[in-house]
Ligand binder design. Structure first.
Ligand SMILES: Nc1ncnc2c1ncn2[C@@H]1O[C@H](COP(=O)(O)OP(=O)(O)OP(=O)(O)O)[C@@H](O)[C@H]1O
Length: 265
């Protein structure tokens, strides 16, 4: 199918706060083809989460349109699964009940739920943890459960908001590899928010760099390095330098803005 899987057209988002309006997104236009892995990259406050939440349907734009799977986004929908940084698991449910939850509210037959849950626990190496509660799991394991829970819904689009931001480096790399494997196998369209340049280069087909206030698209870069990518490779590092420069300019604007605000107070 040639039609883009996600279309963001002329999107603006303004938050009205006492004293001033914050233009979180300004004139955002983005088309994401089916199966593409896109990272939204930028420093804190440049509108990455705002854009992701708009695509998810949690907080709609002030103006403009978003289409997912050809449908205008007006609310969250089953074709868009969301994974948050905070694992968003139900603490009173075991791992397997957390994964089964979305299927149970869809009223699927018990045997079918069981088969899907078994497959996902296997896929994410969670079989031995099925009866545990979230509090008894490491951060990495909890995030695996969160991913399994979203995969259970079989959404063709996965929206991920800094899902590995709270993990240590080794666990993070493991989960990045796992995610790349799942993405290749299940052919999902992924929009992944991060402020880590290395993470964006390691994962993405395409990196969309955003500016700080107003949030606009500063640069849209195709990453055509072969996977699995080697962060020590010269091409990886050349791209890292280029992106570093772009992100640093926005970080500086953020910093200057904070200084200005502090002076006003
Ligand atoms: N509910 C809100 N009310 C007022 N301003 C908001 C609200 N949500 C976000 N903002 C502002 O909108 C801008 C974009 O925020 P957003 O959280 O999307 O940025 P981000 O790039 O995801 O940053 P982070 O990585 O810190 O989450 C910021 O300047 C933020 O302060």
């Amino acid at each position: 199918m040639s039609e883009a899987h996600i279309v963001v057209k002329d999107v603006n988002k303004v938050f009205s706060t006492p004293g001033r309006d914050v233009v979180a997104l300004k004139d955002i236009n983005l088309e994401v083809p089916r199966g593409q892995f896109v990272c939204l990259l930028g420093p804190s406050g440049c509108g990455k989460s705002t854009l992701l939440n708009a695509i998810a349907g949690f907080a709609l734009p002030s103006s403009g349109t978003i289409l997912a799977d050809g449908q205008v986004v007006t609310a969250p929908g089953p074709e868009r699964g969301m994974v948050f940084q905070e694992y968003a698991l139900f603490p009173w449910m075991t791992v397997e009940d957390n994964v089964a939850f979305g299927l149970e509210i869809k009223n699927q037959p018990k045997a079918q739920i069981r088969a899907t849950v078994d497959k996902l626990l296997q896929m994410l190496s969670l079989q031995d943890f099925r009866s545990r509660y979230p509090k008894d799991l490491s951060g990495g394991m909890r995030q695996r459960v969160a991913i399994a829970r979203v995969l259970a819904l079989d959404s063709p689009i996965m929206l991920m908001d800094e899902p590995f931001g709270a993990l240590d480096a080794l666990t993070r790399r493991n989960l990045q590899d796992e995610l790349l494997r799942l993405w290749a196998e299940l052919k999902k369209t992924i929009i992944f928010v991060t402020h880590s340049i290395e993470e964006a280069i390691y994962l993405a087909d395409r990196i969309v760099v955003m500016t700080y206030r107003p949030g606009t698209i500063k640069k849209d870069i195709v990453v055509d390095l072969p996977r699995l990518r080697d962060p020590a490779a010269a091409e990886f590092n050349a791209l890292k330098r280029e992106l570093g420069q772009l992100v640093m300019e926005e970080q500086q604007r953020h910093h200057n803005d904070e200084l200005r605000m502090a002076a006003v107070d």
